[in-house]
Design a protein around this ligand. Structure first.
Ligand code: HEM
Length: 420
């Protein structure tokens, strides 16, 4: 049924069906090891085209991607998406009513007014000033993990460090006890399936199970914070809820989202940055000689190997994008990683260049869904990388044998063994 319906819609529109169609396959091994060759060919031939693999329209140029992310005619509620990707996801997921209700109340699905309240409610805790003040606490956790690493013969940057740090930092910022880090990490990991449902179909039962543990855990934490308020984000969000800005379900989902959203991406930022430095020893030397380069380096790491590679937008009406007509309610995949490697915007994009001028990458997106965790990512990324490179200036690893996780929406490594 679905296939017939899509073909009927597709016949109605003139689609850019060049020889490239079918060659953009984010799930192929070649793409997973190096997406940028395919993305270069795709961008050059059709900066917007309809993918048969994902059933959505795919944007790969910087110009069209920036326009799409700031265009108010798009929504972000994936339930409104009629493309195969979302249909398959909802079919496979078999959500319970509670889960459906949670999905309807994510930052991407709530009405604009509630979205604005939520963004304002978290703005203080994610502001540059507030996050910078937390840097000593971040360094405390960084050092603790690196002390443990130094005592080990083998060190996996991802499993032993980059995956653990963001959970500890986010837990502290939100007001969860650090001893709950292991289960918070398990629940957060389970949710990755939301980003890449097609390939991670098998992860759906794990996500369902995690929701039924994480949600009551958050509810219990809220009961505790009501009785004993703390100087933390959960307590402040509770106050906004009590002032009527969002309801209880929206509050719980927001808290879960904040825990999940900042985890895998910071892991990937740290892992991708170190992989990039191993690949470009001259840039590593530059950074070692001038640690003040770190803020610019973080921006370049996010551009060069963007931890979030794609964002999805659902047109609320029929649109014309780059000369192609896209029907309402059919997802548009904005390939952030492709845009950040568009040679029309960035000279020699596959060169990691920590001194790159005018680095207006869109790795944190643009527009109303611009990443609220940008400063947290910058400061935490800088704390982690500065300490790692300072403490282990001779660290070595093999940049030619990187194992990338298969995912169209995220880019990160399974592991990165290092000799310290
Ligand atoms: C290197 C690290 C990070 C990168 C590259 C990144 C990137 C992004 C991008 C591209 C989006 C837009 C997604 C879309 O429009 O569909 C986004 C949204 C978001 N990010 Fe981040 N992010 C990072 C870290 C964080 C952290 C640390 C947090 C919080 C703990 C966070 C919380 C969020 C949330 C809640 C949203 C949804 C915002 C909304 O819909 O209004 N992110 N991020």
């Amino acid at each position: 049924m679905l296939g017939l319906a899509q073909r009927a819609v597709d016949r109605k529109w003139r689609l850019p069906m060049g020889p490239l169609v079918g060659r953009y396959n984010p799930y192929s091994p070649a793409y997973i090891s190096d997406p940028y060759r395919q993305l270069d060919r795709l961008r050059a031939a059709a900066p917007i085209y309809r993918s048969r693999v994902t059933g959505s329209y795919v944007i790969s140029s910087y110009e069209l991607a920036s326009e799409a992310l700031t265009d108010r005619r798009y929504g972000t509620n994936r339930k409104e998406d009629s493309s195969l990707r979302s249909k398959m996801f909802f079919r496979l997921a078999k959500f319970t009513p509670e889960e459906e209700n949670a999905l309807d109340n994510t930052l991407g699905a709530v009405p604009d007014e509630v979205h604005q309240h939520m963004r304002k409610a978290i703005a203080y805790d994610f502001s540059r000033r507030r996050v910078t003040a937390l840097r000593p606490r971040m360094e405390f956790w960084v050092d603790k993990l690196l002390d443990e690493a130094a005592a080990r013969a083998e060190f996996d940057l991802i499993g032993d460090f980059a995956a653990k740090l963001p959970i500890l930092v986010a837990a502290e910022l939100l007001g969860f006890p650090p001893q709950d880090a292991a289960r918070l990490q398990e629940w957060s990991d389970s949710y990755l399936v939301l980003v890449d449902p097609l390939i991670n179909g098998a992860g759906i039962p794990r996500m369902n199970a995690a929701f039924h543990q994480f949600d009551p855990y958050v509810a219990e934490t809220l009961r505790r914070k009501r009785a004993e308020p703390g100087d933390d984000l959960i307590t402040r969000l509770l106050e906004h809820h009590l002032a009527g800005e969002f309801d209880e379900v929206q509050l719980r989902v927001l808290i879960m989202m904040l825990m999940i959203a900042g985890h895998e991406v910071i892991t990937n930022l740290i892992g991708n940055a170190v992989a990039g430095l191993l690949r470009f020893p001259d840039q590593r030397e530059l950074l070692a000689a001038d640690p003040d380069l770190m803020p610019a380096a973080i921006e370049e790491f996010v551009r060069y190997e963007s931890p979030i590679q794609a964002a999805w937008r659902i047109p609320g009406e029929d649109l014309e994008i780059g000369g192609v007509r896209v029907p309402a309610k059919r997802a548009v995949t904005v390939l952030i990683g492709a845009a950040n490697n568009d040679p029309a915007q960035f000279a020699h994009p596959r060169r990691l260049d920590l001194t790159r001028g005018d680095n207006r990458h869109i790795g944190f997106a643009l527009g109303s869904h611009f990443c609220p965790g940008t400063w947290l990512a910058r400061v935490e990324g800088a704390a982690a990388l500065s300490r790692l490179l300072e403490r282990f200036p001779r660290l070595r690893g093999d940049a030619d044998r990187l194992r990338w996780k298969p995912a169209a929406g995220l880019r990160g490594l399974y592991e990165l063994p290092l000799t310290l």
